[in-house]
Design a protein around this ligand. Sequence first.
Ligand code: ASP
Ligand code: MG
Length: 410
Amino acid sequence: MGLRVLKFGGTSVGDVEKVKNVAARLAEAVDAGDEVVAVVSAMGKTTDELVGLSKSITTKPSPRELDMLLTTGEQVTTALLAMALQEMGYEAVSLTGWQAGLKTESVHGNARILDIDAKRMIRHLGEGKIVIVAGFQGLSDTEDIATLGRGGSDTTAVAIGAALKADRCEIYTDVDGVYTTDPRYVKGARKLSTISYDEMLELANLGAGVLHPRAVEFAKNFNIPLEVRSSFTNDTGTIIEEVASMEQNLVVRGLAFESNVTKITISGLPNEITTLPSLFSSLASNGINVDIIIQSTSQRNTTSISFSIETAALELTLDVLRRLEVKLPYENIFYESELAKVSIVGSGMISNPGVAAQMFEVLADHDVEIKMVSTSEIKVSTIVPEDKMIYAIETLHEQFQLDERTPVNQ
Ligand code: ASP
Ligand code: MG
C-alpha cells in the first residue's frame, strides 16, 4: 500500500471511452489498497482548439485571458473522470489547480510552481477519496490563473508527488516509455528500462517530447522516482531515477534530434568587452531563444560571432540585428537555414574521454558536415545539414550500439 500519483496526458483521455478506461485503472489501484491522486491533461487536442478559438478573435490575446481560457480544458477532464469513478461506485473528487493548493509565479503562459498547500488533497485522501487534479495550472500571488507552459501537466504531477511525498509518480502517455531515439523515425530505436534524471533532462531539453523538462528537474530535486508508461497496455515503462551505479557501462544512452535550425554569423563586430552582452541582451529582450554560440578569435579590432536559432525566429532576428547596427556596428551578416541539431546523451561520457571525437569521426566518415558543436558533461550536440539528420541519427545509433545492447540498463 502506498501513495501513487498517476498522470494522464491528452491522448490518454482523448474521448469518453478513454476517460472510462482511466477510471478503471484508478479503481484498480484503489482496490489494490493504494491511495491515489490523478493529474489529468485536457482531452485530446482541446488545448490547441482553445488556442485556435482565441485566434479567431485576436492575434494577440491578453496572456491573462488566454490562461483563463486554456485552463478550462483540464477542468473538463477532471469532472468527467470524477463522474466516471462515481458511476463505478468509487468516491472521487475533482479539483482545479488552485483548489489543490498550487501557487505559481505571477507570470502567464509559462509560470513556475512556487509552492503547494497540500492540506485539501490530504483531507480528501483521508476521506478515502480518489483526488483528481487539473494539470498545467495554478494561482499566482495576484490571484490570477496561470498556466505552466505547454506540456506542463507532467510538472503538476511531479510537484504534487513531491508535496505529498508520494511513493511513485507514473506518467501515462501514448508511448510505452522513453526510447534510445524517436522510434517513429529510427527503426532500431529501443525502449530503455531505466534512465537517469540528468540524461532524461538533457533529452527532454533537446526536444524529446515525452516529458516536460521542468517535470524532470522537479523529480531530480525532490528525488521522486518517475515512470513513463503507456495508458493503453499493462507493460512496465521506463523508470527515471538517480541510477548512479550503471554509469560506467553506458557511454551513450540516447540520441535526440531537432530540425528547423538556422545558423547566423555576424562578422566585423567591435572586439570589445560590451559586444557580447549588448548583442545577446537585445536578442533576449526580443524573446529570441539562442542555442549554440561561438565567438571566433578576433582579428585586429574585430571579432565574429555565430549562433543558432529556431528558423521560425529568423525574420525577427534579422530585424533586431539591423536595428542594432546603430549601437553595435558590424560588417556583415550571413545565415544558413535548413540545418538540424543532432545530439548524443549519456552519463558515461563523464568518465570516458573521446566520445565527442568518436561522434565527429563517425559523422565525417559518413559525409555529414558538422557546422557547430556544443557540449555539456553528458551531451554532445552538433549542427548538421537538415537533409542528413535522420541518416546521422541512424548511423550514430548503430555506432554507439544502441540497437543491440541487451539489456540496456545493465
Ligand atoms: N493541455 C496542456 C497542453 O496541451 C498541458 C498538458 O497536456 O500537459 O499543453
Ligand atoms: Mg506531454
